[in-house]
Structure formats: structure tokens, C-alpha cells
Design a protein around this ligand. Structure first.
Ligand SMILES: NC(=O)C1=CN([C@@H]2O[C@H](COP(=O)(O)OP(=O)(O)OC[C@H]3O[C@@H](n4cnc5c(N)ncnc54)[C@H](OP(=O)(O)O)[C@@H]3O)[C@@H](O)[C@H]2O)[C@@H](O)CC1
Ligand SMILES: [K+]
Length: 538
């Protein structure tokens, strides 16, 4: 698990560190600046050797080495700007040509930023933007974005003397080779939601301090951050602090190798010890989705998987199943009878089930049983008209897995708030929305997307990110969600708690997609599990 922090959590952490007397704000700022310079050289090692060695006379330098490297540092009115002054000083000390611009009033800088403004003043000037709004030198080398970090509260007004041409810097491909390095966050990106609050920069590299901020993983974050690097600034021992004013705001983690040990350990060598998942199939012509889910449940380790099929689809299902067993179920009554067998310990409904009244009857029948249940697709859509009917019967052993459309149908007010353009920071985020939905539904909600958010009714929350080095855009393919539902059902059959099952399944789902690569179709996903397990050393 990697911890992701909100702006409030980060501020609380900083305050705790400073109050402990272990470190001063000025020291933290210096470490932040040093971390950025380190990150720049790690990312572009070719910049490392140039213009740095006072012992080498210019006469011995290669022709292109005589040309010092250039950095334009854009400092804002807060501590993010303060970090920028440190970076400017450190690069200048390495022999770079550094232009510093200040967006704001030097007199109003917070104390630590002010100190670093003055330290910079001994080495160089604060540049005045050219009349055309451009920089003094042609842009080349590096632009350091130290305008706004976690303190962004409103849209950046480009008309108020801000000389940066965001389009020139922003649009990948338009920046003519200039590398944009954002400090903590690309300016204009909300730290908590990953929404852009008005104009926002695109960075090539974002260097976050102590921990990545939530906004780097959510919404527009990944497209704005470019690549992300986290630099320690010596706050580790202070851990993560829940901000007292954010009730229920717990640490959010990115699931990485979640529950790795648990995935490998089966409960016993006997197949019945690993549970028996039941997946319900739709009628004739609508059976593929349930079979995808069933195969996923079996591959992820359920001891047995049975597909419950209406009479009309028995032949179609029988022709396409081998290890998955098949039982005929006629409507809710037939389902009640089947569930007399208590060995069915995880039930998956929704993929291809249809949105007619019998789907509702079957969902209600299953939920009465209080067994681990996963509801997806049609089992959710069926309740669009009256979601509260579903919420009344969902329980803590349930997981629901809506995509954006299904989420909006079940939680229209929450979706509306989430989709509204952000005008203030920090803005309402997908994490906030999923937590609120989980509380209302009374069960685990897995809200799909490249930034899948999984929240429990108790406020626990994690993000399964399929972005940056885990990007798997080919996962957006028909049937992939059905396989995910099956993975969750299979893990719940094995005894995983709902939250653990959802997190683990989501993580493995992305790993399977990455293992296969482009060209993936839903049928391929579960077939990658053995290789993914082998890679995990299971
Ligand atoms: N926490 C830590 O441990 C460490 C933090 N560090 C660094 O500090 C950063 C956070 O600093 P910060 O809190 O000063 O916020 P920052 O983003 O600089 O901006 C705040 C200022 O901008 C203003 N303002 C806001 N929006 C605006 C707009 N649209 N247009 C114009 N003005 C606007 C706002 O004004 P106000 O909203 O109060 O009117 C306020 O004056 C963090 O990201 C990291 O880089 C490191 O040094 C290491 C240790
Ligand atoms: K920034």
C-alpha cells in the first residue's frame, strides 16, 4: 500500500513535525528543493555533468557544454513558491542560467518562502516578464512550476499579471522540448480531487514531497502530472495524521501487491474448503457475461463454481462450460430452493442478467440470505428508478461494482456533485463520492475507472490505480467488468472479506491486463492469472 495524502493531512503532518521541535519549516523547504534537483538529475541524467564542475576550465569543455543550462522558475505567493526559490538557488549554484519570476507580492510571502526569496536575491534578480508575456530568454532546458501546490483555493487568473503562457507550456508537443517540472502538484490541479480548478499546467515530471497527493492519482491528475516521483523530506516518523476536521477522512492507499500472502494461501487442500461460488446467468443469447464471471471466479481459486441458468439458456451454457458446473434455476423460487444448500458461500448477480422484474426478485432473494454477494451491471441498473429499495437490503457482506453510468443511476446526487466543474480547491473527489456512496448503500462500493476507488461503509478507502507505469488502457474492453465481478466472487468464496476481496481482485485484474498487453479481450483476463500468481511467487 502506498499512502496518498490530502492537503489537510499533509499540513497536519507538517505542523506536527514542526511542533515536535525536530525540524523547522525552513529545513523542510530546503529538503523539498534538494529533492527536486535530485529528481531532475535522476530523470534527465544528461543534465548532470553540465556546468557543474568549478574545477574544469571552460576551455576544456565540449562546445555544447559551454552553453549553460537554463531554467525558468515560476514562483507563486505561498510555500510552493518558497520551494521554487530553493530550486533556483541550487541550480544557480551548479552553474545554470536561472530566471526567476514571482507571481504575487514579495511583501506578502509566508516567512519561510520570504527567507528563500531573500537568499535567491543574493544570487539573482526577480525577472520582469517581457511585454509580450514571454520569458527573457527563449525557453529551453527546464521550467520549474512552483506557482501553487496544496494551497490552491481558486482558479488561477491568467489575466492578473501571470505571464505564463499555459498553452505553450501546457500542451504536450507545443513546448518545444522544454521540460516542465512541477513541485508537489502541477499548478491548477486540485490536490485532493485531481480536478483542474481553472487553467492548469501539464508537467513532464511532478515531484511530490513526503507522499503523493490524492490528486495525482484521481481524475485529470495523471495526464497533468506526467511522471511522478516522491521525495522524502524527513517526515516519515510522523506517519499519517487524520485531520480532525475531516471526519472519516482516513488514509487512502494505492493498492500495491494487496494481501499478497492471502492470495496464495488457500484454506485447505480440499475443493470444498475453498468455497463454492454461484454465478447467475441471463437468458438465451445473454449468457456470455456470466460465463466470463464464472471462469474468473474459478481461476482465482474458488473450489467450485456453479452457473445458475434459466431453462432457456441451459443448452447454450452447457455447450460452453467444462470445469464450471451448471444448474437450472427457474426464477426467484428456483433460486430459493438452490440456496437451501448452504455451501454456496458467494453469489454473483448482474452480468447479462437483464433488467426485468425477475432480476429484482432474484437480487432480493439472494440478499435475504445474508451471504457474501457481489452485484454488478444489470443487478444495479434494475434499481435505477428506486435505488433505496436496494440500499434497504444491501448488507456488509456485499460488494457493488458500478461504472460511471451505473454509479450515476444509483447515486444521482453524488454523481452530480462529483461531475460539477471544480471552482474551489480542495474540490469534491471520487474518493469523497465513493465513501459517501458506500455509507449510503451500507456495503463496499468499487467505483470503476482507471482510478478505481474502493470504499467501505466504515470509511476505509483505497485507490487501485491503472495509471502511470500500471496503465492498461486495453482493459477498457467488453466483458472486462464481468471478469472483475467473478474475481471478487471467487475471492469471497475463498473467505476474503468484501473490502479485501474487492481490493485484491481489482489489483489482480489490472495485473492480468498488463501481463497480456494490447489486443486483450475479456476472455484473456482470467487466463493470465496463473502467470501473475507465478510472478508473485505464489
Ligand atoms: N506541508 C509540508 O510539509 C511542506 C510543504 N511544502 C510546500 O508548500 C506547499 C504548500 O504551501 P501553501 O500552503 O503556502 O500553498 P501554496 O500552494 O504555495 O499556495 C498558497 C497561496 O496561494 C494563494 N492562492 C491559492 N490559490 C490561488 C489562486 N488561484 N490565485 C492566486 N493566489 C492563490 C493562497 O492565497 P489565499 O487562498 O490564502 O488567498 C496562498 O497565499 C506545498 O505544496 C509544498 O510545495 C514544502 O515546502 C515542504 C513541506
Ligand atoms: K506547483
Amino acid at each position: 500500500m502506498t499512502e496518498l495524502l490530502t492537503a489537510a493531512q499533509m499540513r497536519a503532518l507538517e505542523m506536527a513535525a514542526i511542533e515536535s521541535g525536530d525540524v523547522t519549516g525552513l529545513e523542510l523547504m530546503e529538503r523539498a528543493g534538494q529533492g527536486v534537483v535530485e529528481a531532475i538529475f535522476e530523470e534527465w541524467p544528461e543534465l548532470m555533468g553540465r556546468g557543474t564542475s568549478p574545477s574544469r576550465s571552460p576551455g576544456y569543455l565540449e562546445p555544447d557544454e559551454k552553453d549553460p543550462l537554463r531554467a525558468v522558475v515560476l514562483c507563486g505567493p505561498g510555500n510552493n513558491g518558497g520551494d521554487g526559490f530553493v530550486v533556483a538557488r541550487l541550480l544557480k549554484e551548479r552553474g545554470w542560467d536561472v530566471e526567476v519570476y514571482l507571481y504575487g507580492d514579495a511583501e506578502k510571502l509566508p516567512p519561510d518562502a520570504r527567507v528563500n526569496f531573500e537568499r535567491w536575491g543574493k544570487l539573482g534578480a526577480i525577472c520582469v516578464p517581457c511585454e509580450d508575456g514571454g520569458f527573457k530568454y527563449p525557453i529551453a532546458g527546464i521550467v520549474v512550476d512552483a506557482l501553487f501546490g496544496t494551497g490552491l483555493t481558486r482558479p488561477i487568473s491568467l489575466g492578473e499579471g501571470l505571464f505564463v503562457d499555459f498553452n505553450l507550456l501546457g500542451d504536450p508537443g507545443m513546448s518545444g522540448g522544454t521540460k516542465v517540472v512541477a513541485l508537489d502538484l502541477p499548478s491548477g490541479l486540485c490536490s485532493d480531487s485531481g480536478k483542474t480548478v481553472g487553467p492548469a499546467l501539464f508537467a513532464d515530471l511532478t515531484v511530490s514531497f513526503h507522499a503523493q497527493k490524492l490528486g495525482c492519482e484521481l481524475g485529470n491528475g495523471p495526464e497533468r502530472c506526467g511522471k511522478t516521483v516522491v521525495k522524502d523530506i524527513g517526515l516519515e516518523r510522523f506517519g499519517v495524521i487524520d485531520h480532525p476536521h475531516h471526519s472519516g477522512s482516513k488514509t487512502v492507499g494505492v493498492t500495491a501487491h494487496p494481501w499478497r500472502g492471502a492470495v496464495g494461501k488457500k484454506r485447505g487442500s480440499h475443493k470444498y474448503a475453498n468455497g463454492h461460488a454461484l454465478v447467475l446467468s441471463g437468458g438465451h443469447g445473454n449468457t456470455g457475461a456470466a460465463r466470463l464471471a464464472a471462469r474468473g471466479a474459478l481461476r482465482i481459486g474458488a473450489g467450485l463454481v456453479t452457473l445458475g441458468s434459466p431453462r432457456s439458456a441451459m443448452l447454450e451454457n452447457a455447450c460452453n462450460l467444462t470445469a464450471v458446473m451448471l444448474r437450472q434455476i427457474d426464477g426467484a423460487l428456483g433460486l430459493t430452493e438452490l440456496l437451501e444448500d448452504a455451501r454456496f458461500n458467494a453469489i454473483c448477480l448482474g452480468p447479462g442478467l437483464g433488467i426485468r422484474a425477475d432480476t429484482q426478485a432474484m437480487v432480493l432473494t439472494v440478499l435475504k440470505e445474508n451471504r457474501p454477494t457481489i452485484l454488478d451491471a444489470d443487478a444495479l441498473t434494475r434499481f435505477s428508478a428506486k435505488p433505496e429499495v436496494l440500499f434497504d437490503v444491501l448488507h456488509e457482506d456485499c460488494v457493488i461494482t458500478p461504472h460511471g453510468g451505473e454509479f450515476a443511476r444509483l447515486f444521482p446526487d453524488i454523481a452530480e456533485r462529483l461531475d460539477a466543474p471544480a471552482t474551489v480547491g480542495p474540490a469534491y473527489s471520487k474518493v469523497d463520492a465513493t465513501r459517501e456512496a458506500a455509507k449510503r448503500a451500507g456495503c463496499v462500493v468499487l467505483f470503476k475507472g482507471p482510478d478505481t476507488v474502493i470504499a467501505g461503509p466504515d470509511g476505509r478507502c483505497s485507490i487501485n490505480s491503472a495509471q502511470y507505469e500500471r496503465a492498461a488502457p486495453w482493459l477498457a474492453t467488453a466483458g472486462a467488468g464481468d471478469v472483475l465481478a467473478g474475481f471478487i466472487a471467487g475471492l469471497m468464496a475463498r473467505g476474503f472479506a468484501p473490502m479485501q476481496a474487492a481490493e485484491t481482485a481489482a489489483w489482480l485484474h489490472v495485473e492480468c491486463a498488463r501481463k497480456f498487453g494490447p489486443g486483450l479481450i475479456a476472455e484473456d483476463l482470467a487466463e493470465q492469472l496463473p502467470a501473475v500468481f507465478r510472478d508473485l511467487g505464489l
